[in-house]
Design a protein around this ligand. Structure first.
Ligand code: NAP
Length: 243
């Protein structure tokens, strides 16, 4: 049977591109969404028109009880989870002094607790199978920090900490855990950037172009196939950040 892959936050942007392309490649994809039902149904319909199956599943992954329903659905249908891609996330630009308790809680719950919940539930099955691949979508801001995005940067640095620690703990169970830390990618998350903003990012980027969701999907495909990479933070960013 082809590998079973859960992609969180797959209704739009990077997650949607990953889910679409993995389904085209023959993976059994479960595309999670929360608010964007219309876009999730479009994704399913686009694929089905071409004879390709995909499951879509609504769950707010910042809530453990909804994550449990997502994992139950996958286990009942496929009885395995080969790959978990923790992609769901939100961003917010605010001065540090203006971040409210609610802003902070929403950010950490959506970007960090979500990965804690999904991973904790999924690895129970991966450990039993002695095989698995977890890919956490973090950000260059988890590495460099982003001005006016302190809570976002904290959540992404947290994800990278989880990647490194869990890779050590789960390596002996043949489960690989890696982060992909994208640079600036053209999605709705960056809808606030003007053409001028993009041009200045492109000017600072050695490869002299902006990133597209497919750049992250290519990296995901490589990490799924790879057998000797774990605990790493891989950053497709056009050379904008070189560590
Ligand atoms: P996007 O276009 O805004 O899409 C975000 C996705 O996350 C949507 O599908 C959304 O689903 C989902 N989501 C948000 N909260 C959720 C929740 N509580 N439960 C389930 N799904 C939820 O963002 P993107 O640019 O594709 O970003 C995807 C990931 O890449 C994020 O983790 C982001 O931090 C990271 N990233 C992006 C960039 C960039 O430049 N775009 C750079 C670095 C890292 P619904 O709409 O259905 O709620």
């Amino acid at each position: 049977m082809n590998k079973v892959v859960i992609v969180t936050g797959a209704s739009r942007g990077i997650g949607r591109n990953i889910a679409y392309n993995l389904a085209v490649d023959g993976f059994k994809v479960i595309a999670n969404y929360n608010n964007s039902e219309k876009q999730a149904l479009e994704l399913k319909n686009n694929l089905e028109e071409n004879g390709i199956e995909i499951d879509i599943f609504k769950a707010d992954v910042s809530k453990r009880e909804q994550v449990l329903k997502l994992i139950d659905f996958v286990i009942n249908k496929y009885n395995r989870i080969d790959v978990l891609i923790n992609n769901a996330g939100i961003a917010q630009e605010k001065l540090f002094t203006e971040i409210t308790e609610e802003d902070f809680e929403k950010m950490i719950k959506t970007n960090l607790y979500s990965a804690f919940y999904t991973t904790q539930e999924a690895v129970r099955y991966m450990i039993k199978e002695h095989r698995g691949c977890i890919i956490n979508i973090s950000s260059i801001y988890g590495i460099t920090g982003g001005s006016c995005e302190v809570h976002y940067s904290m959540s992404k640095a947290g994800i990278d900490g989880m990647t490194k620690a869990l890779a050590k703990e789960l390596g002996p169970s043949n489960i690989r855990v890696n982060s992909i830390a994208p640079g600036a990618i053209d999605t709705e998350m960056n809808g606030n950037l003007s053409e001028e903003d993009w041009n200045s990012i492109i000017d600072e980027t050695p490869l002299m172009k902006k990133g597209n969701p497919i750049d992250i999907t290519r990296c995901v495909k490589w990490l799924i196939e790879d057998e000797f990479t774990t605990g790493q933070v891989i950053s497709p960013n056009g050379g904008l950040v070189i560590t």
